[in-house]
Unconditional design. Sequence first.
Lengths: 198, 198, 198, 198
Amino acid sequence: MRRANREDKRRRIIDAAVDVFADKGFFGARVSEIAERAGVADGTIYLYFKSKDEILISLFEEKMAEILERFVNMLSEVHDTEEKMRRYIIEHLTLVAEQPRLMQVLTVELRQSARFMKDYAPHAFAKYLALVGSILEEGQKKGVFRKNLDPSIFRRALFGAIDEISLEWVLRGKEASLPSPVVVGEQISEFILRGLRV
Amino acid sequence: MRRANREDKRRRIIDAAVDVFADKGFFGARVSEIAERAGVADGTIYLYFKSKDEILISLFEEKMAEILERFVNMLSEVHDTEEKMRRYIIEHLTLVAEQPRLMQVLTVELRQSARFMKDYAPHAFAKYLALVGSILEEGQKKGVFRKNLDPSIFRRALFGAIDEISLEWVLRGKEASLPSPVVVGEQISEFILRGLRV
Amino acid sequence: MRRANREDKRRRIIDAAVDVFADKGFFGARVSEIAERAGVADGTIYLYFKSKDEILISLFEEKMAEILERFVNMLSEVHDTEEKMRRYIIEHLTLVAEQPRLMQVLTVELRQSARFMKDYAPHAFAKYLALVGSILEEGQKKGVFRKNLDPSIFRRALFGAIDEISLEWVLRGKEASLPSPVVVGEQISEFILRGLRV
Amino acid sequence: MRRANREDKRRRIIDAAVDVFADKGFFGARVSEIAERAGVADGTIYLYFKSKDEILISLFEEKMAEILERFVNMLSEVHDTEEKMRRYIIEHLTLVAEQPRLMQVLTVELRQSARFMKDYAPHAFAKYLALVGSILEEGQKKGVFRKNLDPSIFRRALFGAIDEISLEWVLRGKEASLPSPVVVGEQISEFILRGLRV
DNA sequence: GATGAATGAGTCTTCATTCAT
DNA sequence: GATGAATGAAGACTCATTCAT
């Protein structure tokens, strides 16, 4: 094995944590199992993270930041607001299809830990919500979306709808053969845009 | 203390569990704290429930059944499908406003325990989703809702949107002064109905 | 059901305890199960016995006293010492065949509780051992048994041999079809008497 | 403290368990007390044994195996069958004199757990009984012991006699000054061999 | 830096015993 | 006397975290 540098090992631990949290949930996950899957000793975990909690928090912040960057990049290439909304929805569902375990952790455990996370990791999630809200606001400003919708409420409704479908996919998806993210995304976009249009 | 009959005590334990689970989450909750808040001895819990898990499961099944009955009764008095949808949304938000701690447990812990609950309590939740789906299907049959929306997907999207707003209320509501469930419900209904109408 | 008088109920509890102790062992036995098999309420047990320990102790003392009386009566009709020994051995094995559950408790649990019983119930057992010893001493006095055997040791060896065979019967007997107590008793008597004769 | 290697610590735990089981019995023994006497933390016990039950089971299997080896070695040096029997008896009593606490656990707790042990540890005990039986059978084959004794019954009688004397020693021995194992063993051997001889 | 054996605080659960009815 | 619901003390076991090597 090549010499594993610090970043490498840290990443391996986080990736292992995603797997174990997805399989067992945060409380059901054992630090020793994360260590085992990461190929490091139990104690090594604590050279990179202060505690089990901190693994989850770091995981959130880093993965959400990556996702956020991906969304921002993608949206910066699109100028039509309706298209932005469509692309956002499809992109989220694509993420779920591509990295179901990660999305399960971000989706399920985020909820689970809502109270737990309130104090620790709301920052990254808040940014994500802000992104969704910004599309709404842009549409309202441009006059393509109705103005009597409160963005701070509708961004959550929007996120909730997408997220719930993601959850369905993530939890039951292994059994059922699922339609492609694009197909579902188009349907949902159509539904939501009708609701939003003036 | 008045003589507490069996049902009485069981209810007190469940109510205490709602409080503690809402405050601490299922895993953070201590059986001894539930006992204390219920005003019974630790051991008494186990005369009514086989385990800590079973408290959560029973809580779900019983409270969801009550809620479901409430929804079914309410909807049976309404005949216009759009109005049904509107009333369902407002009713859900009203529930959240009335019993925030219960809804937090049903909302957050249900998610948290998605994996855990898969084996135990999906029944009650499935019924709830079926209720939502039935409104959609009724609308499609009557020709008032578009037919190219898959009810099994849209019922989740619908639930997710409502649920996410509930979550926001439940988790942050204590601080902010919230608009009334009716006002928010009307807005969301309008949004969703536009998306659904042919 | 006829009115159960005090003695009746006490006996029913002891008989139930014999069954449960035989099935589960003293520590595995639940007071509530004894109560159930005796057809009384849990609390009723404590009107007749101070504690679970005391059930075992009383059981021993009473059943051993009965057995002892049976032995004393039987032996008082026999005058030949060798015949006494033979009859004692056969009688013990007959008891095991007739009341295996009782003998299992007296045999296995007596051992188990040897330390536990040291302080409580050695009296009845001591009398039983004294009975065995008295046959030995009688034989030595009459000159039919060798005098260089210490009765306080040999009575235990004698008891141990019989008891061990009883244990085998009691624990494995349900499966195997066993030879009659008389046949086995005759064999063992022959063996032991050869060892004892001058 | 010197570095304690794995085997070292395991042995310390087993030795501590022998002490505590001898003093308190299996059910009266506290895992925390075993840990304390072994000089380890409570949790350490569980690095070496899966459960409290498993401590008892391992203890049996390992100690019985050691004892068995000791007997086999000793008997392999003796060729006269009567002498084998004599040596076996003396050796057992010597063991009791040398390691009374261990023998108390093997003797008393084996009985106590007869039902409990039926599923777990009968193997080692069965081998021990087989050893005793083999001496009997050898004697019968050589024509020095009577053939009308069923070895499967008499090996138990033999074991019972020896074991019962051991129990007496072990339980009451602390108070009384006891005759030497050799003296008692010779007496018992004489008694038993008379019973066995043709 | 890395290891992994050891730690020990923390909690669910059981069940003998009590006592209000 | 009888009941059985309630009590609460007690203990096996887990696992995040530490630290000597």
